[in-house]
Design a protein around this ligand. Structure first.
Ligand code: 5AD
Ligand code: FES
Length: 345
């Protein structure tokens, strides 16, 4: 067993130069050591259970223009849609019957869904499914807005920081979006009391291992309850259409490192990971992830929510995805859980 892996597992901490060494020497053997330790750490808290979240992609309108993202405002090839409130509630109904106890409302930054509208949706879901958690993933807002959404009953908020390096952030986003504001949002969300998720893309254009080190240091300091990472995958109608995708191996290594750094974190095996490799999500769980997030959106709109090319599961009904994932998890000795799956305090 590699000495640094043992130290990381023991102390949940490594010096910067030690982390850099791991990132630079991502061999099969090292990854095996990392995933073995990471899996053991996950098992200690979560057993062979995998939490599941029902993802509802409620709007693909977005006022932002992130260079990597397929639903950026400047992409005029997107067939834009908004789910109606009833469509959203129907997704919850289907999801509840399938055993989901967390609903993730994810969308672009769509001004149509202002605070009043989102508050009403949260309250209605909470009224009908009091035993469910609501996770929001709808971008940057003022602290006041976040407060209203929390008071309405939202439990968790996902907002990836994307990169903790200022220069790299600028290379991924237009100038109206800043790393500083992103971090302010994350701190606001934490202060308000949300369970907070952050994360980044692995292999996004111009990312260096020093950038990744900064991401890990940022996450260690923020102590989010949830950490979402997945490989960058180019979208054909974005400025990064010719960029290389992130790698399976680096993503798996980082899942393991993050598991060892934050033993109790909720870490999904993401759809992007399942997109670059047919077994990506299974490998993610085996590397230390403990969450899967199948799609509950109506199949008719699935293809229109393409942040990147070749996204999986766009033709499958919620029930099919649910049973497909159950089988996939069973094939590696894991079991999908049907509780809320909160952060273990
Ligand atoms: N490839 C992979 N992930 C992407 N995301 C956005 N665009 C892409 C892409 N091209 C990720 C971002 C965002 C999350 C919702 O999806 O990290 O925060
Ligand atoms: Fe969606 Fe397999 S998880 S079809």
């Amino acid at each position: 067993m590699n000495k640094l892996v043992e130290k990381l597992a023991r102390e949940q901490y490594l010096e910067a130069k030690e982390i850099l060494w791991l990132l630079e020497n991502n061999t099969v053997e090292l990854r095996q050591d990392l995933s073995e330790k990471a899996r053991a750490v996950a098992k200690k808290t979560f057993g062979n259970g995998v939490y599941t979240r029902g993802l509802i992609e409620f709007s693909n309108y977005c006022k932002n223009d992130c260079y990597y993202c397929g639903i950026r405002q400047s992409n005029d090839q997107v067939n834009r849609y908004r789910l109606t409130e009833d469509q959203i509630f129907n997704c919850c109904q289907t999801g509840y019957a399938l055993g989901f106890r967390t609903f993730v409302l994810q969308g672009g930054e769509d001004p149509y869904f202002d605070d009043d509208r989102v508050v009403a949706i949260i309250q209605e879901i909470k009224k009908n499914y009091a035993d469910c958690a609501i996770t929001l993933s709808m971008g940057e807002k003022s602290k006041k807005s976040y407060q209203r959404l929390y008071q309405a009953g939202a439990d968790r908020y996902l907002l990836r920081h994307e990169t903790a390096n200022k220069g790299h952030y600028k290379r991924l986003h237009p100038s109206n979006l800043t790393l500083e504001n992103r971090i302010t949002c994350l701190r606001d969300l934490k202060e308000i009391g949300f369970q907070v998720g952050t994360g980044f893309m692995v292999g996004s254009p111009t990312q260096t291992i020093e950038n990744i080190l900064e991401d890990l240091e940022f996450i260690k300091e923020l102590k989010p309850q949830m950490i979402g990472i997945g490989p960058f995958i180019p979208h054909h109608n974005t400025p990064f259409k010719n960029a290389n995708p992130g790698s399976l191996e680096q993503t798996l290594q980082l899942i393991s490192i993050l598991r060892l750094m934050l033993p109790k974190a909720l870490i999904p095996a993401t759809t992007a990971l399942g997109t670059i490799n047919g077994q990506g999500r299974e490998l993610g769980i085996l590397a230390g992830a403990n969450v899967v997030m199948p799609n509950l959106s109506p199949v008719a709109v699935r293809k229109d929510y393409s942040l990147y090319d070749n996204k999986i599961c766009t033709d499958d009904e919620a029930a099919e995805c649910r049973s497909c994932l159950a089988k996939r998890m069973a094939s590696i000795g894991y079991e999908i859980l049907t509780n809320r799956g909160d952060y273990p305090e």
